[in-house]
Design a protein around this ligand. Structure first.
Ligand code: ADP
Ligand code: MG
Length: 586
């Protein structure tokens, strides 16, 4: 969608109730849709971006709704005062539930959300203070001045202004340093961790954010309905919220609003229409609904929004550079000991992938790690970056031990890497993927991001990302989604991302695979420049011309162990190396 159309659409949409000809019945539906949209926006962040599937968002809505119901009916609070409390109640509940559930992964996590959703349904229905299954009624309406918002027409602007604000803040959040980290959770988690993103904290943030939005939805619901009971906060509703977000399009924010509108209307129409068709009452709509849903997912797996909108345009957020350059770290003196690995060993089940490997790297040298497939080179990279924990042995980097340091801490020390199996966030732009590498060089948190107070810092991060992309020769591709690039180019994007960390040590796993000859020459020139600037490079590569002409030293691995080490020219004539590896390459 063209920029600027959104606010105009919202303004027009807000004017709808002014048209007296629009029946209040439709406005009621629109109010419900708006409340659903707020929950669905949370689900886009949580599930679409964070990859955490939750069937339990209606429960958090319940926390918000019951919080305001209790405080307004029992303690006489004014509804506006309970708004922050309702959101905080849902947020706090999410922190407690998240601490227990978020450790689970994949299907188990989804099952976990079903479990607590069922559990809280019974809690809501069995607590005396919450009125058991009857719930709480007599909740006061919202008031603006002396006007009580008693009908759907007057409530409409409250709901939809809330949708607008939530939409805006969420869009800002996703378009920020923290947002990129959240978006990398889904698919790019290993890479994000290697660039300093604390995965557990980021998952919790996404979880709490979606819960707070659900709490807001619950508050809106309670004061529209003026009574609450357990049913709207049960598992069925939780499933429906997830479904409407999926139908709208989980990866696009406007999809949440579209999904909420479409499904609210469809659901309602079906309830009227089906009894006429079948001639009797019954829950036919559930069946037809399920059928329609499968149909939509078959024909448009990414949801309705991309289907409708991306036909006309596909714009990536523009991120001009132009910020002040970021400060650089001081690199160690040339020749200084940078990394020392001693007796590294990694066993997978019965397979010894790396066996008693010792290795030293010095500042400002390019070292090649070569050997046949399965020799243990990539596993060595994982051990050097704490992606994998060694079975035994130790790694020291600039004097500090890496044991008990997780990926983010290793990144902080200045080790950056690329992956043999490219790990970019496919749907994110090339530029944003590269900017993820500079995660540790910014500090703006979620609140600053939502309020757009991070723009100066963002401009600096993006200026760095632009610079590194230009450096690796990919200027001009910034706005493309990463998945649209050829695999060889994606590897080079990974190098730019690694450079954004301002690394002391650069580990590159098969960087030249899939590159054309001219591109390899450029890459070699770039790596030489980096070396001359004092960066240390360790690379795995099978192209022997590339390796022999570029590296200062070679380490040869075979069956997990070090077979030989020395100057490229000498290694090239080592009979054992020729026997094990070079013979087959030639
Ligand atoms: P290289 O990068 O030199 O080709 P790898 O380090 O990828 O070799 O693999 C070394 C050996 O360890 C291979 O036999 C591979 O199958 C095995 N391996 C690597 N990762 C795992 C894993 N996560 N689980 C089990 N085996 C693994
Ligand atoms: Mg490998």
């Amino acid at each position: 969608m063209r920029r600027g159309i959104g606010p105009i659409l919202l303004l027009l949409w807000l004017c709808v109730p002014l048209v007296q000809a629009v029946p209040s019945f439709w406005l009621t539906l629109a109010d419900y849709a708006g409340i659903s949209a707020i929950i669905a926006i949370g689900i886009v962040v949580l599930t679409g971006m964070g990859g955490i599937t939750s069937f339990g968002q209606a429960t958090f809505m319940g926390f918000g709704a019951y919080a305001t119901a209790l405080l307004t009916t029992q303690a006489g609070w004014s509804p506006w005062l309970t708004l922050p409390v309702a959101m905080a109640a849902a947020g706090l509940a999410s922190l407690v539930i998240g601490a227990v559930t978020l450790r689970l992964s994949g299907h188990y996590l989804a099952l976990g959300t079903i479990a607590w959703s069922v559990a809280f349904f019974y809690v809501f229905g069995n607590l005396d203070v919450l009125g058991r299954n009857d719930g709480i009624s007599g909740i006061p309406p919202l008031r603006i001045g002396s006007t009580a918002l008693l009908d759907s027409r007057s409530y409409y602007p409250v709901v939809w202004i809330a949708v607008g604000i939530v939409f805006l803040l969420t869009r800002n959040l996703l378009d920020s340093r923290i947002g990129r980290a959240i978006r990398a959770l889904h698919g790019g988690a290993a890479a994000a961790s290697s660039f300093g993103v604390g995965l557990a904290g980021m998952r919790m943030l996404a979880f709490a954010y979606a819960a707070v939005l659900a709490g807001l939805a619950g508050w809106l619901y309670a004061h529209m309905q003026r009574s609450v009971s357990p049913t709207p906060f049960g598992l069925n509703q939780g499933i429906e919220y997830l479904l409407l977000a999926v139908v709208g399009g989980l990866e696009r924010l406007p999809g949440a609003v579209l999904g909420a509108l479409v499904l609210t209307v469809v659901n309602d129409r079906l309830q009227d229409l089906l009894p006429l068709l079948f001639g009797s009452q019954g829950n036919y709509e559930t069946i037809v609904f399920g059928f329609l849903l499968v149909l939509v997912l078959q024909t448009a797996p990414a949801g309705l929004w991309p289907l409708i909108v991306d036909r006309f345009s596909r714009h990536a957020a523009a991120h001009p550079g132009g910020g002040e350059p970021l400060p650089n770290r001081t690199l160690p003196q040339p020749g200084a000991l940078v990394l020392q690995a001693e007796g590294l060993r990694k066993v997978f089940g019965g397979l010894v992938a790396v066996s008693d490997l010792s290795l030293e790297l010095h500042a400002g040298e390019i070292v090649g790690l070569i050997g046949p497939n399965g020799a243990g080179k990539s596993t060595t990279f994982d051990l050097l970056t704490s992606v994998a924990t060694p079975t035994s042995g130790a790694v020291h980097f600039l004097g500090a031990s890496l044991s008990h340091r997780a990926g983010p801490a290793v990144a902080r020390l200045g080790i950056a890497r690329s992956f043999q199996h490219v790990k970019l966030v496919g749907g994110m732009s090339v530029l944003e993927n590269v900017a993820l590498g500079a995660h540790l060089r910014g500090r703006a948190g979620p609140i600053r991001a939502m309020l757009r107070l991070d723009r100066v810092e963002e401009a600096r991060l993006f200026a760095e990302a632009h610079r590194q992309l230009a450096r690796v020769g990919l200027a001009g591709l910034e706005a493309l989604p990463a998945r649209s690039l050829a695999l060889g180019q994606q590897r080079v994007v990974e190098i730019a991302r690694a450079l954004c960390l301002d690394p002391v040590l650069l580990l590159l796993d098969e960087p030249a695979a899939g590159l054309r000859h001219a591109e390899k020459v450029e890459l070699a020139a770039l790596l030489r420049t980096l070396r001359d600037q004092g960066v240390t490079v360790l690379l795995v590569e099978h192209d022997m011309d590339f390796v022999m002409n570029l590296t200062d030293r070679l380490v040869v691995m075979n069956f997990g162990a070090k077979l030989a080490e020395g100057l490229p020219a000498v290694i090239g004539h080592n009979p054992a190396v020729i026997e094990a590896y070079l013979g087959s390459v030639a």
